[in-house]
Ligand binder design. Structure first.
Ligand SMILES: Cc1ncc(COP(=O)(O)O)c(C=O)c1O
Length: 395
């Protein structure tokens, strides 16, 4: 189906990249499990329109890329085996030895580690900025050798938003390559490329796959030049997405808008209710008017997904044990975006060097939940029961 901006995204995600003709009559693309694609003759090995090596992708990967381009309004897309490799691929494609990268202090931990450890070894320096940095302070951070900026919205675990309308014009004026991790919005609620971001990336593992059973990553762009740089990195590092994982991701696209609509509603219902709960100190959900960046959210986002966090007044680990022990519908597991609800205590992995307001536990114990497709009333009852188990008599 051609890209028709008049049709809603829900409709376009059902149709994007599909073609019964190309699929031998079937509704879904074939999964070709092939390293080797044969040429009818020796000459054809080098002269065909498409590579004859499976790592370069086949029909199912092409279909996924077409769907993702439609989702994020991109011209080019590069797939990778997971979300982290999409982050490293995007960063590596933007810099070379001697360059400096500005990175949000709220970036996903392993992205941060890649920049510091791997790019550091390659002679690239990284400077972290506060996710709520003002344009003026941001400008001061840019040096002669600053080449790229890495954003993530909302911030991992802490859900801050960046003031992109102030920061992006500065990036443009200084010719910086801008990268944004768009995993939280799944490409549905935030359109980074339309805002002027150069590279928008996603861990497809989360909402796009949506069933906690596959990995995947993608970097999307409107720039031919950057797409060539991305492709070179993918070739040099041997980055690819396996056919079964590509299949799971393209299948996920078909139901993404419908799933997300439900998860958005359930998350908002729970977030609003948690805000009123006496054992809860603060809820971090950008679609709530109480969120510090709510105005930015209103301007830039068209909706919210199912992932948010909150702090509990109680900070004593022993006293929190009954809360975690009595949770039954939320699984304890890393990741998010699946059909099932998940919960993690965040404090052990919360690493910040600039946003030091997160450095001490005076602000309460941070809990993140990923809302699944269960009945909201059941999730709320589960949380209510668990919160009741926290003994607050000493507070
Ligand atoms: C924002 C963000 N980006 C990237 C990743 C990495 O994705 P993957 O686990 O598929 O490597 C994650 C994983 O949690 C994430 O939350």
């Amino acid at each position: 189906m051609s890209s028709d901006q008049d049709t809603s995204k829900t409709t376009r995600m059902v149709h994007a990249g599909r073609s019964a003709d190309r699929f031998g009559g079937s509704v879904n693309p074939p999964i070709q499990r092939a390293s080797t694609l044969l040429s009818p003759d020796a000459e054809g090995l080098y002269s065909g329109p498409k590579s004859l090596y499976g790592r370069m992708g086949m029909t199912v990967q092409d279909v996924l890329i077409e769907g993702l381009k439609e989702l994020e309004g991109a011209e080019y897309g590069q797939l990778s085996s997971n979300g982290l490799s999409a982050c490293s691929m995007a960063l590596a494609s933007a810099v070379q030895a001697g360059d400096n990268i500005l990175m949000t202090d709220s970036a996903y931990g392993p992205t941060r580690r890649f920049a510091e450890r791997y790019l550091g070894r390659m002679g690239v320096t990284v400077s972290f900025f506060h996710p709520r940095i003002t344009g003026r302070d941001f400008e001061v951070m840019i040096s002669e050798n600053t080449k790229a900026v890495f954003f993530e919205m909302p911030g991992s675990l802490t859900f801050e938003l960046h003031d992109l309308s102030a920061l992006l014009p500065i990036c443009k004026a200084r010719h910086l390559i801008t990268i944004l991790d768009n995993t939280w919005s799944a490409g549905l609620f935030l359109q980074p490329l339309s805002l002027g971001i150069d590279l928008s990336l996603q861990a497809l593992t989360k909402y796009v796959v949506g069933h906690s059973d596959s990995f995947g990553g993608a970097v999307l762009t409107r720039s031919k030049k950057l797409s060539v740089q991305l492709e070179a990195i993918a070739q040099d590092w041997g980055i690819s997405l396996a056919p079964d994982d590509a299949y799971a991701a393209q299948r996920g696209l078909r139901t993404l808008p419908v799933r997300l609509k439900q998860q958005e509603q359930t998350a908002l219902e729970l977030a609003r209710w948690l805000e009123t709960h006496p054992k809860v100190r603060k809820v971090y959900h950008p679609a709530l008017p109480s969120h510090e960046d709510h105005e930015i959210w209103n301007k830039l986002f068209s909706g919210s997904s199912g992932l948010f966090s909150f702090t509990l007044h109680e900070t004593d680990t022993d006293k929190l044990k009954p809360f975690y022990d009595s949770i039954s519908l939320f699984g304890f597991g890393f990741s998010y975006g699946g059909f099932e609800s998940l919960m993690i205590p965040c404090d052990p992995q919360l690493k910040r060097t600039i946003s030091t307001e997160w450095a001490n536990r005076q602000r309460g114990s941070l809990v993140r939940i990923s809302v699944g497709l269960e009945d909201p009333a059941d999730l709320r009852a589960d949380l209510a029961n668990a919160l009741d188990q926290i003994d607050s008599s000493g507070q």
